[in-house]
Design a protein around this ligand. Structure first.
Ligand code: SAH
Ligand code: SF4
Length: 350
């Protein structure tokens, strides 16, 4: 949204932090406790529209109807995986841009995979979102509302969102401030109160933003989409590698890990005969030696625009074995939601 649009459009309630909401209410001559009541309605009861705010006067409810936008997400389609554990919802934003959000059940976990952009500008060859190109950044509220939408639905079954992975459409660190603002809002003690450690941001490796993340006061988990252990191969898969080669990326990640004392996850989509060779495994082991790291191996999920195939089970195990022999923690991730195109890198509206 441009500054021009901002000044004329109605404010969108999920774009506001408590401070801004208080200022808005104050400009209407309302005391600050009213802002807190609204905040609690939004983030503790997941009320959907002004009419639901029965704690407020009728006049104030009407003012909210007239002056504030309560939703940007219009659910269009919903797909459930055959095992019923994964659910993917396609939403349209007010300007008809598409985004997708995925809800996963795993034991007691209820994990949401949320989007930060419609499309993505990073162009990774094997990723469906990359293949569709960049449409636009989401506002912080559009990121937050994905979580509220599913919180509301889970509440019906007396369940709650337990974890958030910022791994849906888009590159979160390319939309840095709105993503961080959204996490802070969801983390707010008087709101949803989701602990910072329940968030994982996955990035293709934007070095300056990783360095900036080190200076933030939120202790979130970081995952790095590495996928290749030398610049030559990585640049063919992830164009961003030409700007931020592996050595620079790893310098920033090591600093992140040293400063925050947090274990960093490295993601690796295993592609048959491309990046699943013993040589790549050895190089990866050398890169991660001595670091607090965990490697997630994800057999490639199919996408329309990429010809490579997922590694066979045998090759995946061999890759894992080489890492483990070098003392590096490593898991082969279950492929989930593939039948509904809800797996990693499969989000794109069709
Ligand atoms: N833009 C961020 C987060 C969204 S992508 C990032 O790239 O990290 C989420 C994860 O899915 C990333 O690790 C990405 O590399 C991976 N991914 C993309 N396409 C994939 C595919 N076809 N199969 C398996 N994983 C894929
Ligand atoms: Fe964007 Fe991540 Fe897909 Fe790359 S893998 S195109 S950074 S969403």
């Amino acid at each position: 949204m441009t500054d021009d649009q901002k000044s004329t459009a109605k404010p969108y309630i999920y774009d506001l932090d408590l401070h801004e909401l208080t200022a808005l209410l104050k400009s209407w001559g309302e005391p600050s406790f009213r802002a807190r009541q609204i905040w609690q309605g939004l983030y503790q009861h997941w009320w959907r529209q002004p009419e639901d705010f029965t704690t407020l006067s009728k006049t104030l409810r009407q003012r909210l109807v007239d002056k504030v936008e309560f939703s940007h997400l219009r659910p269009i389609t919903e797909l459930k995986s055959s095992d019923e554990e994964t659910l993917k919802t396609l939403f349209f934003l007010p300007d008809e841009q598409p985004i997708e959000t995925v809800r996963m059940r795993y034991n007691k976990r209820r994990t949401l995979c949320i989007s930060t952009q419609a499309g993505c500008a990073m162009g990774c060859t094997f990723c469906a979102t990359g293949q569709m190109g960049f449409l636009r950044h989401l506002s912080s509220g559009e990121i937050v509302e994905q979580v509220i939408y599913f919180s509301r639905r889970l509440a019906v079954q007396k369940e709650r969102v337990t974890n958030i992975v910022v791994m849906g459409m888009g590159e979160p660190l390319h939309n840095y401030q709105p993503t961080l603002d959204a996490i802070r809002r969801l983390n707010h003690p008087e709101g949803l109160n989701l602990g910072a450690r329940r968030f994982t941001i996955s990035t293709v490796g934007l070095v300056p933003q990783i360095r900036q993340l080190i200076t933030e006061d939120v202790q979130i988990n970081l995952a790095i989409s590495l996928h290749a252990a030398d610049d030559e191969l990585r640049a063919t898969m992830l164009p961003v590698n030409r700007r931020y080669p592996i050595a620079d990326l790893m310098d920033a990640v090591r600093e992140y890990s040293r400063t925050t004392r947090r274990r960093v996850t490295f993601e690796w989509a295993l592609i048959q005969q491309i990046n699943d060779t013993p040589e790549q495994a050895q190089k990866l082991a050398a890169i991660l030696k001595g670091m607090l790291a965990h490697v997630n191996l994800i057999p490639l999920n199919p996408t329309l625009g990429f010809k490579g195939e997922a590694s066979s089970q045998g090759r995946a195990r061999q890759f894992q074995q080489i890492l483990e022999n070098e003392g590096i923690a490593c898991t082969i991730r279950l492929r989930r939601g593939i039948d509904i195109q809800a797996g990693c890198g499969q989000l794109a509206s069709r």
